[in-house]
Design a protein around this ligand. Structure first.
Ligand code: AMP
Ligand code: MG
Length: 350
């Protein structure tokens, strides 16, 4: 299959290309497109064959449900069995934006889209290209992140091209995404709102709107055998760079010291080493290959850069990636959720 890629943002959205993408979606085809979180791999959310095509293009296990993307609140009601009061409040506050809500599904949502679940995850993105595409398609768009299953999520169209070229007919290039981490997923089908995947919208922000929230613990650390995360996707290895990645957690100067030791010994063994550092720690690593993720005091910046840094390490043939940790803030915990998976939970506490 030939993949076409078009730049569509800028002063005026390229309506003609967006209409072409929408007609591909309506005919059951797939389109890569930008959202404010990461790039999505979109298909018609009400067409079971589109869901199957998404799983096939990503190499994604078909029990890992897809998020439906809508452009207006009016599109929600037909997709869900009920809208709890907590959902109304959260949507008023955070939609459009990086928050996904899980509802009981209605009959029209196919089980292929929900990975066999009776619930459905729905989000209203704020990115103008995503919104224009959903409106033009006239159907909810099912879209997981547009990476091959297991790889870091794409934050630029070039990342989507890398993974999906030859597998899908079209990619809409809207430049680099703003946030760079996937949406926060909140399950509203139980007694209490429960965060299934941490993200840019933090537990404190959610609690301010709906009071108490639970956190699905299985989504955070390494799931113990028998522990089943409520978001099925959280159990899979994810975000993995080709390099072997080690995280070092502890007091800053001790962390730098340990990373230096690990870097030196790996280089002595002929390995290509890269250190993921911050502006605060960069000076410790003079002479080493570093990727600076941003300022520790600005976790938004680190979230924005993280997936690109992981992909760059693949292009540059890095064998060993070493990184400090970022768990001090709530957004930092969402970053750590991704980083721990990327490192296969390989972390040294000092
Ligand atoms: P991605 O689209 O790649 O960001 O992954 C979507 C995430 O949403 C995965 O972790 C899914 O398991 C999760 N998800 C989607 N639908 C549901 C649902 N109905 N219930 C729980 N988790 C869901
Ligand atoms: Mg994903």
């Amino acid at each position: 299959m030939i993949t076409e890629m078009y730049r569509v943002d800028g002063a005026h959205l390229n309506k003609e290309k967006i209409e072409k993408a929408a007609s591909i979606l309506r005919a059951g085809g797939l389109v890569g497109f930008p959202t404010e979180t990461v790039y999505g791999l979109g298909g018609d959310g009400l067409n079971p064959d589109s869901a199957k095509a998404i799983y096939a293009a990503k190499g994604r296990p078909s029990d890992n449900p897809l998020i439906l993307h809508i452009a207006s609140r009016a599109e929600l009601a037909p997709l869900v069995a009920e809208v709890p009061a907590s959902a109304e409040k959260l949507m008023d506050e955070f939609w459009p934006g990086p928050m996904t809500l899980v509802f009981k599904k209605s009959q029209i949502v196919p089980l292929e889209t929900t990975g066999g679940l009776e619930t459905v995850a729905i989000r209203m993105p704020s990115h103008p290209v995503a919104r224009a595409l959903i409106e033009a398609a006239g159907v909810p768009i099912a879209a997981p992140s547009a990476n091959t299953s297991g790889r870091p999520s794409p934050t630029q169209a070039a990342h989507v091209w890398e993974d999906m070229q030859g597998r899908i007919p079209m990619i809409l290039d809207g430049g680099e995404v703003g946030i760079g981490l996937e949406s926060t997923i909140i399950d509203l089908t139980g007694a209490e709102p429960t965060v299934l995947r941490p993200g840019y919208i933090t537990p404190a922000m959610i609690e301010e709107i709906v009071g108490h929230t639970e956190l699905d613990l299985a989504s955070l650390g390494q799931p113990e055998p028998g522990m089943r995360p409520k978001a099925p996707g959280m159990k899979y290895r994810h975000y993995a760079p080709k390099a072997k990645m080690t995280l070092v957690d502890g007091e800053q100067s001790a962390v730098c010291q340990k990373i230096l030791e690990l870097a030196e010994s790996a280089e002595e063994n002929g390995k290509r080493v890269r250190i993921i550092c911050t502006e605060e720690t960069a000076s410790c690593f003079a002479g080493f290959d570093v990727a600076c993720a941003g300022k520790r005091s600005e976790p938004e910046e680190i979230a924005h850069n993280l997936f690109r840094i992981l992909r760059d390490s693949d292009h540059d043939g890095v064998d060993i990636l070493l990184s400090e940790t970022f768990g001090e803030t709530e957004l930092g915990q969402a970053i750590m959720n991704r980083l721990m998976k990327a490192a296969g939970y390989h972390i040294i506490y000092i």
